[in-house]
Write a protein that binds this ligand. Structure first.
Ligand code: AMP
Length: 618
């Protein structure tokens, strides 16, 4: 059914397909799919070659964006401007990823280890949400070209282990790309749906979804009952996949040719050529038995037997993870009714054979393993569109529920479309030393600023014992019951002071009003996101200014006059930027202050440790 809608950018009336699309937003590749004549199909690029869009974003000097294959071409020539694997950064703080920093070829900013990471390209700063939105926009354009009509609604998949922040980040990316994200679906759930598993309400079964991609491995165990998918356990390795297999072949060739690895790796284009050859060998070896080619007199030869020998360890690692997942779910391999294969690396017959042996049954591998997640997302979208009547649809909250945080920002606690009943909580703290009371204002809506949302109520948590700012741990919990009544509880965990209110949410809003609130959130997503990142940068900068002045006071004797002056000067420059409206400038000034004070802070720490040890008997 086609609908009429208005193009947000041009204001023109356009044909909306009314189709809800399914998106697999992957670490290496992303895909978009939809239901065509009752069948899920993944959309190919305009020359009809591939359904995969490499999840890579490139920015040129003018900040123009390229996404997909065009961006992939820039990986070697412009590593600092070409962002890959952004999914690994979604909803992550620098603290979460600091051990993996070498993996990324681009600059990740670390001014505050607890806040969410940013990526620096030249003088601009991007969040993983903005970068993911670029990939989603490219997918939206691809499907709109294919349909010759607009799309505005989507289902997006995420790994089963994604936490609340990572899921919310994915939703925000969708919104920023101009998509109303109707649901975030677990990747293993989507893969099962693609095989028709779970579409029959009466079946109860336990499924293992084995997902071996280019750079990651996930095993998820699901239980399906009455059309509800429950994740029993997940396991895996975020740095294990086809890339490691390519590397194993690469290492083997270096060894049989008696070459020095350091010398080969120093030659970037040669090592890239060998890597690509290794990937080619991996793809054909199982069929051909022997692969034999050369690169500049380097013998690139491998037999099927050797291939199996060198990937045995990698496959064994995935089996150990499967064993652990079974153990965590209190199951044995025999309890698994079906095994679903996902990810390009499950095309390797040796992998299929070993996994089939481990679970003691034939694996489901009829569908293209790169596409199954996107196909399943399209099926889930079709269910949401009401086209598959027999499939159970759970009751969901129509709008997000959250509270106001510093700067008037909306912090979502229960996202829209969450199952009802549901509950969720998050910890907060105070922003002023000795703060005794905390006002908790509850809002409903999709906009980033609470002013644009609907206030449902507010209450005050009183009697917090005086503590320095940042020390109290205040847990705020939202409990939404099946009737749509929201109970909000706040508790200071160190002192156990608590209070609660009950709010009858949603009532009083008509469907149209709700539709308008949603539409507004998408129309304003870009400007909302700009305001949000500016306010967040200001909050962060204010914290850093405070920390810097504390640091100067506490370490007066350790620092030289020149160091103190320079720190003050950089702090003043940061303060000046806070009063402006340029988030990139604020970020630059934060960077400059951090970069200058980091070695001073190390020295102060060493000094303080040394003086605390001095005079003590050990
Ligand atoms: P994905 O992350 O799911 O897109 O998987 C990509 C990985 O699958 C890459 O490491 C590819 O080299 C690998 N792959 C694709 N086709 C094959 C194949 N025929 N045999 C082995 N590995 C493959």
């Amino acid at each position: 059914m086609a609908k009429i809608s208005i193009d947000i950018q041009s204001g023109k009336v356009v044909k909306d397909s009314g189709i809800i699309i399914g998106i697999d937003l992957g670490t290496t590749n992303s895909l978009v799919a939809y239901m065509k004549d009752g069948l899920a199909v993944a959309v190919k690029d305009t020359d009809g070659k591939s359904t995969l869009v490499p999840s890579i974003v490139f920015f040129n000097e003018k900040n123009d964006v390229l996404v997909g294959d065009l961006a992939k071409d820039k990986l070697i020539s412009h590593p600092g401007r070409t962002i890959y694997s952004v999914k690994r950064l979604m909803g992550k703080s620098y603290h979460d990823i600091q051990n993996q920093e070498d993996y990324f070829g681009y600059k990740i900013i670390d001014e505050d280890t607890e806040s969410l990471v940013k990526i620096k390209v030249d003088q601009s700063y991007f969040t993983p949400i903005e970068l993911s939105a670029e990939i989603l926009k490219a997918l939206k354009i691809r499907v709109e070209k294919d349909l010759d009509a607009k799309v505005s609604k989507a289902v997006i998949t995420v790994p089963a282990y994604f936490n609340d922040t990572q899921r919310q980040a994915t939703r925000d990316a969708g919104k920023l790309a101009g998509l109303d994200v109707l649901r975030i679906v677990n990747e293993p759930t989507a893969a099962s749906l693609a095989y028709g598993i779970g579409l029959n309400k009466d079946e109860k079964q336990t499924i293992a979804v084995y997902d071996l991609g280019g750079g990651t491995f996930d095993i998820s165990l699901l239980q399906i009952e009455d059309g509800i998918f429950e994740v029993l356990s997940t396991n895996g390795d975020t740095f294990l996949g086809g890339d490691d297999i390519d590397q194993a072949i690469f290492n083997y060739w270096i060894q049989i040719n008696g070459l020095d690895m350091n010398v080969v790796q120093a030659n970037k284009s040669l090592s890239q050529e060998i890597r690509l050859k290794a990937e080619k060998a991996k793809k054909v070896i199982s069929k051909e038995g022997l692969f034999k080619e050369t690169i500049n007199n380097i013998n690139c030869q491998i037999s099927k037997e050797t291939f199996h020998k060198i990937i045995k360890n990698i496959v064994q690692k995935t089996i150990v993870a499967c064993q652990q997942a079974l153990k965590d779910a209190d199951l044995s391999a025999a309890d698994i009714d079906k095994v679903v294969m996902v990810g390009g690396s499950t095309r390797i017959p040796y992998v299929k054979e070993k996994i089939s042996d481990f679970f003691g049954k034939k694996v489901n591998d009829d569908l293209n393993p790169d596409e199954v997640v996107a196909l399943g997302a399209a099926i889930q979208a079709d269910v949401l569109a009401g086209n598959l009547k027999d499939v159970l649809l759970l009751d969901v909250t129509p709008l997000s529920l959250g509270i106001e945080t510093v700067g008037g920002l909306m912090d979502v606690i229960i996202p829209r479309n969450s199952k009802v009943p549901s509950s969720a909580g998050r910890n907060y703290t105070t922003s002023v030393d000795g703060q005794k009371n905390l006002k908790i204002a509850v809002y409903q809506g999709e906009r980033d600023l609470v002013d644009h949302n609907r206030k449902l109520g507010e209450f005050i948590l009183k009697g917090i014992p005086p503590m320095p700012a940042g020390l109290p741990k205040i847990e705020i919990q939202f409990i939404l019951n099946a009737d749509g009544i929201l109970k909000v509880k706040a508790k200071e965990l160190r002192s156990n002071v608590e209070t609660a209110i009950e709010i009858k949410s949603q009532y009083g809003l008509s469907e149209e009003e709700m539709g308008k609130m949603l539409m507004d959130s998408i129309t304003n997503a870009e400007s909302d996101m700009k305001i949000r990142s500016l306010l967040e940068a200001k909050n962060e900068a204010n914290n850093i200014v405070l920390a810097a002045s504390k640091f100067l006071k506490q370490n007066d004797e350790i620092l030289s006059t020149e160091e103190k002056e320079k720190t003050l000067q950089l702090t003043e420059a940061l303060k000046a930027s806070i009063s402006g409206e340029d988030k990139d400038l604020i970020n630059q000034k934060m960077d400059a202050l951090n970069e200058y004070t980091a070695p001073l802070a190390h020295r102060a720490l060493d000094h303080n440790i040394a003086s605390s040890i001095k005079g003590k008997k050990i």
